[in-house]
Design a protein around this ligand. Sequence first.
Ligand SMILES: Cc1cc2nc3c(=O)[nH]c(=O)nc-3n(C[C@H](O)[C@H](O)[C@H](O)COP(=O)(O)OP(=O)(O)OC[C@H]3O[C@@H](n4cnc5c(N)ncnc54)[C@H](O)[C@@H]3O)c2cc1C
Length: 224
Amino acid sequence: MQQLSFKLFQKKYLTHDVYELTFTTPEKINVEPGQYVLFILPKSKLRRAYSIGYTDGQTFTFIIKQIEWGAGSTEICSTEVGEELVGMVPLGHFVLKENTTPKLFIGTGTGFAPLYFQIRAMMDSGIETPLMYIFGVRTTSDIFYIDELNRMKEVYPSFDYRIYLSQEDSENTTRGRVTDFLTKENVSAYGEFYICGSPAMVKDARERLEASGIEKEKVFFEQY
Ligand SMILES: Cc1cc2nc3c(=O)[nH]c(=O)nc-3n(C[C@H](O)[C@H](O)[C@H](O)COP(=O)(O)OP(=O)(O)OC[C@H]3O[C@@H](n4cnc5c(N)ncnc54)[C@H](O)[C@@H]3O)c2cc1C
């Protein structure tokens, strides 16, 4: 683990409260898909963890929800292009197993960040195996990266995704929770499970996988 300077290179709005922040670092570092950076925020001195959404080792993308009254997320989302933050990296054990085992990814909101990096890493590795992403948000206004998910489906035919909306009915989505997908029949095609989202969702998903006969050793998770 090392302390590095992260310079904001690009800032995009993905939804009404989710930002994509892309930083560059002065040197290239090795991180594993699923790991995170612990930022030390300059004004408040708060320490906040953010999963790496994608990196080539020197350009780092994060997907961050600005939480109402959330001091850390508001500060990091207020960073201007050109400003620098200090971050400790790499951290975390929620890492991808790069193998041919079919994988199911389950994420809600910005829990997509580490899963996106893991799915992209599988695609970049050239290993061809079924990958399924189950993406949960509240309403259509909370969906992001839809064009990117469709592009991924095109370039990697064994990738697919489903969107679950907990508070709205809409075309091409399912009304309900991501955990509704976790029936014995649906999960039987996969050998590894990567979950990221709120503690309540992660707990529910793990319980449903266990009830479907999935061994605990095959389930990996991060919660925030
Ligand atoms: C390993 C790890 C990786 C993480 N990666 C990401 C990431 O990629 N993207 C990201 O957006 N966040 C991520 N987080 C969460 C992040 O670290 C902060 O906890 C989050 O940004 C809230 O910090 P805050 O200072 O704004 O809110 P705080 O001031 O700490 O909390 C303000 C209020 O918001 C509530 N709250 C906290 N988190 C949430 C939430 N997610 N939704 C709704 N209410 C909440 C708190 O309970 C509290 O009441 C990660 C956390 C961990 C531990």
